[in-house]
Design a binder for this molecule. Structure first.
Ligand SMILES: [Fe+2]
Length: 311
């Protein structure tokens, strides 16, 4: 295996205001499979193309937002090395024992980023019961078409918070993520936003400098193609989901995309395509005044609501 260390953003826990409305949204409209419910009422899901026990958990809370974004690491030894390097880097972290709050998961490191976000890292997780076929595989597990838009897997999140340069330094130096693209501040002297990746995706996480800690702009699931993004727009519209932007294309990552809100006001994205990243690629740089084209490639200007709503 050539890719070692942090493999990808593979799991997240999100806060919602109503469990059953959220289950209908994530299960019936986005097409995630409901895997299990915990004693304290959280619901765990997975996309049809994921092997891990579950990859998306919702938790009842007063406010929407992201509890944590978890990255899968290639092996326990790599996780031990990340723990040592996290200590040396000086970030606070906690060890979460196996099979506690997330059924099926091994030990996790829960690291507090200086942006106010929690990043979990883990190496071991049980295989999902309903995983993609392994023998003479069909395109969907057991040949069964996924529900709704058929989101394939967790893809990435865009984090908003202060001290983003220090969080990016941790992701580069300790997590070993590569920087695919940056957007400069208006004076061009620093990075306002950084897109980072663990393997071949154009991004697993992006971090934008912002005055309030621990916020997210959106969380994203993967689709396979521009055609699937168009079909998702149809299904979201039929189900009266509030669409925020798209279907459209990004200049940054070159991905095809649509943004919309879950019933609690969390902005979600369905993302397809984008270039394949390799660690020898140089960083692509966006000037601040070109961000409209970077995000809304065809319109070439930013939409106000796109920047105003965060959770
Ligand atoms: Fe995104």
């Amino acid at each position: 295996m050539a890719i070692k260390g942090v493999l990808r953003a593979s799991m997240m826990q999100v806060r919602v205001l109503n469990i059953e409305d959220s289950v209908k949204f994530y299960r019936d409209i986005l097409g995630l499979e409901e895997v299990c419910r915990t004693e304290d009422g959280r619901v765990c899901f997975k996309g049809y193309d994921e092997f891990d026990h579950h990859t998306f958990t919702i938790r009842l809370a007063d406010k929407p937002g992201l509890d944590f974004l978890a990255f899968k690491v290639s092996c326990p030894k790599a996780l031990d090395e990340i723990e040592e390097q996290t200590k040396a880097f000086g970030l606070d972290y906690e060890v979460i024992e196996a099979n506690t709050d997330q059924p099926g998961y091994g030990k996790r490191l829960a690291v507090q980023l200086p942006t106010g976000h929690r990043i979990d890292l883990f190496a071991e997780v049980e295989m999902a019961e309903n995983h993609p076929d392994l023998h003479n595989p069909d395109i969907w597990p057991g040949g069964k078409q996924p529900k709704g838009v058929g989101a394939t897997m967790v893809d990435h999140a865009l984090l908003f918070g202060p001290n983003s340069a220090e969080a990016v330094r941790y992701m580069k130096e300790v997590m070993g993520l590569g920087v695919a693209e940056v957007a400069r501040t208006p004076d061009g002297k620093a990075d306002a936003c950084t897109w980072l990746t663990g393997s071949n995706r154009p991004h697993d996480v992006a971090v934008l400098e912002f005055d309030q800690p621990g916020k997210i702009h959106h969380l994203a699931f993967k689709l396979n193609s521009w055609t699937e993004v168009g079909r998702a727009a149809d299904i979201l519209t039929i189900n009266n989901v509030m669409i925020d932007a798209g279907p459209m294309r990004h200049g940054i990552t070159r991905g095809y995309t649509i943004y919309f809100f879950d019933p609690s006001g969390n902005r979600c994205e369905l993302f397809a395509g984008g270039y394949a990243y390799y660690p020898d690629m140089p960083v692509r740089v966006w000037d601040f005044d070109q961000l409209g084209k970077g995000i809304f490639y065809y319109d070439r200007k930013l939409k106000e609501n796109y920047l105003e709503v965060i959770t």
